[in-house]
Design a binder for this molecule. Structure first.
Ligand code: MN
Length: 406
C-alpha cells in the first residue's frame, strides 16, 4: 500500500470513528428501514423498482437514517432499483445486503456506483449459530471467524460503512457471538447487527443478549449496535424497544411490519411507542411521526398487502369507534379515549361509526355534519333505524339522509 493510500485510509478511519462517537454520544436511536429488502421477502409483497424508489423517497421525507435497499447479488431487479435510487434518494445512507462473499461486495459496489461515499454501505451476514454452522454451512467456529476476517476486511476497503450481522445471532452461543463481533470490528465493521432471525426472543431475553454483547465485546464502543427482530411470537416491536432500553443504537424495521413469516418489527409502531414514551426511553430520534400513516398506506398500496383494520397507527379502526360511551367521550374531548390524536401520525380524523352500540349524541353529531335536522324526534327515528339494521350492515351517509329526511 502506497503512502498516499495509507494516509487516506487513516483519515477515513478517523472520520468514521468520529461519526460513530457522535451518534453514540447523542444517544440517538437511528432508524434503519428494511422494507425494500426483508419486507419484500414476504410472499406476495414483490415491488417493482419504481415502487421501491417511491417508498425510499417517502422514507427519506420521514427522516429515515438508512435504507437497506436490496440484495444486488441475488437479483438484477434489486440492482436496477438501487441504481434508480442513486442520485435521487439523497439524505439516507443506502446499504446493500451481501453474503460474506467477495463477489457480493463487488456486486454491491457496482449497484451503488455514483452514490456519495459517505452515503453508501454494505451489510454482510453469515450464519453463526450451531444450527447454521453444522447444518447449513458445514463450518467450524474457526472457519466462520476466518470468513469474517477475510470478507469484512475486503468490504472495508470499498465502503466506509460496513455492517456485519451474525445470522441467527439469537441462537448463537453468547461467547462465540462476541468473538465474531470483536473480530468484525477489528476488521473495519462500523455497525454490528444483532438479528433475531427466526423471532425466538422475548423482551427479557433480548435485553440479556444486548447486555451480553456490550459486556463481552471489548471494542463495542467503536461501532454502532443494531437490533433486527422478527415477529414470530408477536414480540418484534417489544423486543426492539427492549434493545433500545438496553442501549442499542440502530433499529432495523419494516413499514407495516411486513417480512418473512410473521414479519419484522414495524417501523411505525416502534416510532410511535418511542415518541409517546420519551420520559421512559430518553432517546432522541429524527423520524417525523406525522408522516407515518401516509407511509403505511403507500406501502400497503404498492405491495398489495392490506392493512388489518386494527393495525396500530394506520388501521382504519384505530381512530374509529362505534361504542356509545366512547363516542360521547370522544366528542367531548378526543383524548378521553385515544392514546394520541390522528394528526400526530398524519392520519385522517376520528371516525364515528354508527351501529347498534352507538348513542344519541353520536347520531346527532353525524346528522349535524350532514346539515340534517338533529332534533330529538329525528335522532330517535334514525337510531331506531340503525338498530334494526342486520348484523354487519354499514350505515353510510346515504342511509342517514334517507332516514333523517321525512
Ligand atoms: Mn430478517
Amino acid at each position: 500500500m502506497g503512502l498516499f493510500t495509507q494516509l487516506k485510509q487513516k483519515v477515513g478511519d478517523a472520520v468514521k470513528r468520529s461519526v460513530i462517537a457522535h451518534h453514540r454520544r447523542s444517544r440517538a436511536v437511528l432508524f434503519s428501514d428494511t422494507t425494500l429488502r426483508d419486507g419484500e421477502q414476504m410472499p406476495g409483497a414483490t415491488l417493482e423498482p419504481e415502487d421501491k424508489v417511491r417508498i425510499a423517497l417517502a422514507l427519506e421525507e420521514a427522516g429515515i437514517h438508512s435504507i437497506d435497499a436490496g440484495f444486488p447479488a441475488s437479483s438484477e431487479k434489486d440492482v436496477e432499483a438501487i441504481q434508480m435510487m442513486v442520485g435521487k434518494v439523497k439524505k439516507p445512507v443506502l446499504t446493500a445486503l451481501c453474503r460474506t462473499v467477495k463477489g457480493d461486495v463487488d456486486a454491491a459496489d457496482r449497484a451503488l456506483a455514483g452514490q456519495p461515499v459517505h452515503k453508501r454501505g454494505v451489510s454482510l451476514f453469515l450464519g453463526t449459530s450451531p444450527l447454521h454452522r453444522e447444518h447449513k454451512l458445514n463450518k467450524t467456529k474457526a472457519e466462520i471467524l476466518g470468513i469474517i476476517e477475510e470478507t469484512v476486511g475486503y468490504a472495508g476497503e470499498k465502503f466506509p460503512i460496513v455492517a456485519f450481522s451474525p445470522e441467527d445471532a439469537s441462537r448463537t452461543e453468547k461467547d462465540f457471538l462476541c468473538e465474531c463481533y470483536e473480530l468484525a470490528i477489528a476488521c473495519g465493521a462500523t455497525t454490528i447487527g444483532f438479528p433475531d432471525t427466526v423471532g425466538v426472543l422475548t423482551p427479557e431475553k433480548t435485553r440479556d443478549y444486548v447486555r451480553a454483547i456490550q459486556d463481552g465485546t471489548p471494542s463495542v464502543e467503536k461501532a454502532l449496535l443494531a437490533v433486527h427482530t422478527h415477529n414470530d411470537y408477536g414480540c418484534a416491536v417489544a423486543n426492539t424497544l427492549a434493545g433500545i432500553a438496553e442501549g442499542a443504537n440502530v433499529v432495523q424495521c419494516t413499514v407495516n411490519g411486513i417480512g418473512e413469516r410473521a414479519g419484522n418489527a414495524s417501523l411505525e409502531e416502534v416510532a410511535i411507542a418511542l415518541a409517546m414514551n420519551e420520559d421512559q426511553y430518553g432517546r432522541p430520534f429524527k423520524l417525523d411521526v406525522s408522516k407515518l400513516a401516509p407511509l403505511c398506506e403507500l406501502v400497503s398500496e404498492l405491495t398489495g398487502i392490506p392493512l388489518p383494520p386494527n393495525k396500530p397507527v394506520a388501521g382504519r379502526n384505530v381512530f374509529a369507534t362505534e361504542a356509545g360511551i366512547h363516542q360521547d367521550g370522544l366528542l367531548k374531548n378526543p383524548d378521553t379515549y385515544l392514546p394520541f390524536r390522528p394528526e400526530k401520525v398524519g392520519a385522517d380524523g376520528i371516525h364515528l361509526v354508527l351501529g347498534r352500540h352507538s348513542g344519541r349524541r353520536a347520531v346527532a353529531h353525524e346528522l349535524g355534519r350532514l346539515d340534517l335536522p338533529s332534533d330529538d324526534d329525528t335522532v330517535t327515528r334514525v337510531l331506531d333505524a340503525i338498530k334494526s339494521q342486520p348484523k354487519g350492515a354499514v350505515v353510510d351517509d346515504i342511509l342517514l339522509r334517507t332516514w333523517a329526511t321525512p
